[in-house]
Design a protein around this ligand. Structure first.
Ligand SMILES: [Zn+2]
Length: 374
């Protein structure tokens, strides 16, 4: 398996120094761990997650980001990486000078074939489609049951709270949304994936997240100060440090209690505020209508397409109805099948192609075949 090491001289410089009275915390880039990066907004959390990512020798997976497409920073000329895959929604076309793939085409070996697998909000036509896609992509990681020591992937969570909000938006309760996220992060280490997650402020989830993190990295935290159970750190690091820390500074606590102060250069490729990366990278995006999914009452676009495929083969509503369960759908009545065929043919006759088939199979011209109905 390819290992995509960034040469040391191309990595963004990162330095640690000990804190008086405490053993020094050190990074261990050879075993999968979780880094929780805590601090206020605009304090350099994302930049630090990028620096962490650079130090992992396998794929960087950068899917969870902010609204401004910050994840695309890896594509910039100043980035040390060129093997990049851009993943987009199935009903979206992305034109770029990098490899692109619709989410349905991504499997584990695809992920392992790139140094960075990146997506961003603009690559999906809606939040729901995006979150379905991310679930699918992360599910792919669960297949990574074998990996060599040190061959770690790195998964960036740039707006961790957004993940919880989005799950809640999909109707999951707050408690379950948090539990799912924690479970997911905890699982990733079994698949050789390290995690770098940001946490905006002291929220309901931060204690649980801290408990599963091997490293807690503090950025500037403002007047709120450290959570009660972490205030012992003030014995070693002056509270003023946390209030006035610069963008490129950190205080790091390791699970064994070791501590260090850290400093890093701002990655050259890090997205500055106000930069439109889509424009800079000359990436164009177009969305077509998303496929409708099937329900008990309603035949969705993909099911419609499969019905048409079966009909092409068997030329009988009854046989299609019988074969539908083999394709993973419930059996539909003969008249429902007949209705789909009629609608398809009507569409092809009137418009030259069938929207439902188009949505189910974006990018193919399969949809403009009118079928003989006998
Ligand atoms: Zn059709």
């Amino acid at each position: 398996m390819t290992q995509y090491k960034i040469p040391d001289e191309e990595k963004t410089p990162l330095y640690l120094k000990p804190v008086n009275g405490r053993l020094m915390a050190r990074f261990d880039f050879k075993r999968p761990v979780t880094y929780l990066v805590m601090g206020n907004r605009n304090t350099g959390k994302s930049a630090f997650i990028e620096v962490l990512a650079e130090n992992h020798d396998n794929t960087i997976i950068d899917l969870y980001g902010s609204k401004d497409n910050e994840n695309l920073c890896w594509c910039r000329k100043t980035s040390p990486i060129d093997d990049i895959l851009l993943v987009h929604g199935d009903n979206t076309t992305v034109t770029a000078s990098f490899d692109t793939a619709p989410i349905s085409d991504v499997n584990l070996s695809t992920l392992e074939g790139y140094k960075a697998v990146v997506t961003c909000n603009s690559f999906f036509s809606s939040d729901n489609i995006k979150f379905d896609a991310l679930e699918k992509l992360t599910g792919v990681l669960y297949e990574r049951t074998q990996w060599n020591k040190g061959h770690l992937m790195f998964m960036a969570f740039r707006e961790t709270m957004d993940l919880i909000y989005s799950k809640m938006h999909q109707g999951v309760g707050e408690k379950d949304a948090k539990a799912q996220l924690l479970y997911f992060m905890r699982q990733l280490r079994h698949f050789g994936v390290s995690v770098g997650a940001d946490m905006l402020r002291w929220t309901g989830i931060d204690k649980e997240l801290r408990d599963l993190s091997e490293y807690i990295v503090f950025k500037k935290i403002g007047y709120k100060g450290l959570p009660r159970d972490l205030r012992f750190i003030y014995k070693y690091v002056n509270p003023i440090t946390f209030r006035y820390m610069k963008h490129n500074q950190i205080v790091m606590l390791q699970e064994n209690g070791n501590m260090s102060l850290g400093k890093f250069d701002l990655p050259k490729y890090h997205k500055e505020e106000g930069v439109d990366l889509l424009r800079e990278l000359d990436i164009t995006i177009s969305h077509s209508a998303a496929p409708e999914s099937s329900t008990q009452q309603k035949i969705g676009d993909m099911e419609h397409f499969i019905i048409m495929e079966l009909y092409k083969k068997h030329q009988s509503y009854r046989v299609v109805s019988e074969h539908l369960p083999e394709a993973g759908y419930e059996q539909r009545s003969i008249s429902s099948i007949g209705y789909q065929v009629t609608q398809h043919n009507k569409a092809v006759k009137q418009k030259g192609s069938c929207d439902r088939c188009n949505r189910a199979t974006p990018g193919t011209d399969i949809a403009n075949i009118e079928l003989y109905t006998g």
